[in-house]
Design a protein around this ligand. Structure first.
Ligand SMILES: Cc1cc2nc3c(=O)[nH]c(=O)nc-3n(C[C@H](O)[C@H](O)[C@H](O)COP(=O)(O)O)c2cc1C
Length: 356
């Protein structure tokens, strides 16, 4: 009944409009301790030691976090934390405020359990985001760093460093987003010459902060294995703490059924799942586990989390799965994961990572 209603709503209203309503509602509900407690009680999974993960020098209650792009300005973090995510990635944040691409720019592919977006980093800018993060919840917070659309590629490092330095006090992990398909030329930063310069500069900016919070790199799924191997080698050489694999894809796998499948932009959700898992597995294999990976792409259920962990991910994120599954997404997925652990005789998630 709930699912049918939800699907009906999803198929009728404009995707970005619904997203705005959801973020504002979560922001409001998260503001008050009573409504927060209610959300937690209704939707968050129980805390269990067997699900806890230690990674990047941090402790996570379980492996499932919220991927970048859902809460771009960090306005709904308390509400999202109450829904049970074990960590949240805020952003992508740009130095100056920018509006992003023209609307419509977000499309639901209901028959494919997917989304296509060409948002183009709408951001309130780092100063506003810093203000929003003054009152942050007590769970690991990742901040996604981006560049403004008008900043030429050769000056990208300055933008990434500016956001890193400005938001450094507010985050626990930092993610260099060079893989969005919706900012012109951004993905060129994944090529060896650009990336080496970017990582060296960011390393220096991080060292200047005096402590060593983890820096991760988020990559696209549209890279060849060879390109991924070059990125892994550079990441290891420049002391990057881990990779996030993957962002949305420009590919359109055959078999997509929805009318909007031809829309330009990045495709996420179920059609991306196998590809991103394959990339997680490849990174794990070529780095012999030296570069921890957060797996993201098409996670809707406990089985999908299990698949990514078995491929070698230390943690998992989701965006599209949350949109389709609704408020009980985390509780349901974690309970399914526990069921799989029981069936497989696994008591501790450490036993799972990279096992198959
Ligand atoms: C509407 C939308 C906006 C997104 N914005 C960002 C973003 O700002 N930064 C980022 O790193 N990834 C962004 N992503 C990509 C997601 O974080 C994730 O990598 C991708 O959607 C694959 O995961 P999924 O299949 O669980 O959605 C966005 C995805 C969607 C659907």
């Amino acid at each position: 009944m709930y699912r049918a209603l939800y699907r009906h709503l999803l198929s009728r209203a404009d995707a970005e409009w619904i997203h705005g309503v959801a973020v504002r509602s979560l922001a409001m509900t998260g503001n008050f301790s009573v409504s927060r407690a209610l959300l937690r009680c209704l939707f968050a999974p129980r805390r269990l030691e067997s699900l806890a993960v230690s990674a990047f020098g941090l402790r996570f209650a379980h492996p499932l976090g919220l991927a970048g792009g859902f809460d771009k300005d960090g306005v709904a973090l308390h509400g999202l934390a109450a829904l049970g995510f074990s960590f949240i990635e805020v952003g992508t944040v740009t130095p100056q405020p920018q509006a992003g691409n023209a609307k419509p720019r977000l499309f639901r592919l209901l028959d494919d359990q997917a989304l296509i977006n060409r948002m183009g980093f709408p951001s309130s800018g780092m100063a506003r985001v810093a203000h929003n993060l003054e009152r942050r919840p007590a769970l690991p917070l990742a901040i996604s760093l981006g560049k403004n659309k008008t900043t030429p590629l050769q000056d990208a490092l300055q933008d990434y460093c500016a956001v890193l330095e400005y938001l450094y006090p507010y985050g626990d992990l930092f993610v260099v987003n060079i893989s969005s398909p919706n900012t012109p030329e951004l993905r060129r930063l994944q090529t060896a010459a650009h990336l080496a310069e970017l990582l060296a500069g960011l390393r220096q900016a991080l060292a200047a902060q005096g402590s060593a919070k983890p820096l991760l790199l988020k990559i696209a799924p549209d890279l060849s294995f060879e390109e991924i191997e070059t990125i892994c080698a550079l990441a290891l050489q420049h002391g990057v703490s881990g990779l996030i694999a993957t962002n949305t894809t420009l590919e359109r796998p055959s078999g997509l059924r929805s009318a909007d499948a031809h829309q330009p932009g990045g495709l996420s959700g179920a059609p991306l799942r196998a590809k991103s898992t394959q990339i997680v597995r490849h990174i794990r294999a070529v780095t012999a586990g030296q570069l921890p990976v957060i797996g993201v792409g098409g996670v809707f259920s406990g089985a999908d989390i299990w698949e990514k962990l078995c491929a070698g991910a230390v943690l998992v994120q989701a965006y599209t799965g949350f949109i389709y599954e609704g408020l009980a997404f985390v509780r349901r997925a974690i309970s399914q994961l526990q069921g799989i652990m029981r069936a497989e005789g696994v008591r501790d998630l450490g036993q799972v990572i990279g096992k198959g």
